[in-house]
Ligand binder design. Sequence first.
Ligand SMILES: NC(=O)c1ccc[n+]([C@@H]2O[C@H](COP(=O)([O-])OP(=O)(O)OC[C@H]3O[C@@H](n4cnc5c(N)ncnc54)[C@H](OP(=O)(O)O)[C@@H]3O)[C@@H](O)[C@H]2O)c1
Length: 260
Amino acid sequence: MDLHLKDRRILITGASSGIGLATATMLAAEGARLALCARDQDRLRAVTAPLAEQTDVVTASCDVTSKQSVEDFVGRAVDHLGGLDGVVCNAGRSLMSTVEETTDDEIREEFDLKIFGALNVVRSARKVLASSDAGSIVVVNAILSRQPESRLAVTAAARAGLLNLSRSLANDLAVDNIRVNSVLLGLVDTGQWQRRYADSNSALDFAQWSAEIAADRGIALGRFGTAEELAFPITTLLSPRSSYITGAALDVGGGVHRYI
Ligand SMILES: NC(=O)c1ccc[n+]([C@@H]2O[C@H](COP(=O)([O-])OP(=O)(O)OC[C@H]3O[C@@H](n4cnc5c(N)ncnc54)[C@H](OP(=O)(O)O)[C@@H]3O)[C@@H](O)[C@H]2O)c1
């Protein structure tokens, strides 16, 4: 099926690793033109070099928590691509820590990253997305936003706020025919989990180690997801073929969610 993404101009934050990179790779294969950011531009350039051979790619160093940095990146993307049709608010990390263990400053930082990491991008890109005939925003969020865990309490609270905000944005931006949807992740094998595996000094290999965590967390399919398995729903929501989907939140967690 043709997803009608050829020559569509898509901006992705956090594109140097994991889900952001897999989404950029899938979109490049569909013929989309891309604006990609991460804080470490050298790593971003190195890993996205193969995509630049396939399609038009502009990269920039950008910290999504800085309004100025995001405005500069969006401006550069628009100058280079001539506009935007889609945005993926993906950059981030999670904070594995209980409320007791987390300092006030760490809590503020987490809310800053989750809320402003998306809001700065949406605010900067809104006007230009309104000029597209198929403006679409996908917010990468987590099942934690609806199903908190004590080891991730602060992250879960910030994600709940982001989910609520994303729903409001879907209403507010509909007037400009911009769709806003969330993809809610479970546990996905990316840089985040590879770093945790390295820190664990486990004697198990990654597959065994992650299978134990999958069983402990009650993932119905018994394993972590892959970045490509997340890239597909994100790509689908960006497609103009999803033109009647807005304000939705899609669980992509292998059945880890326990709500109906
Ligand atoms: N993997 C999971 O199980 C899981 C579960 C739930 C939610 N998520 C969320 O899914 C998103 C993608 O995560 P991932 O698993 O693909 O992680 P990842 O492999 O660690 O990739 C994270 C990406 O975000 C960039 N980044 C981090 N902080 C940034 C900032 N302040 N400004 C700009 N770029 C930033 C990183 O590059 P730099 O470090 O160079 O900036 C990197 O490109 C994140 O928001 C994450 O919290 C992941």
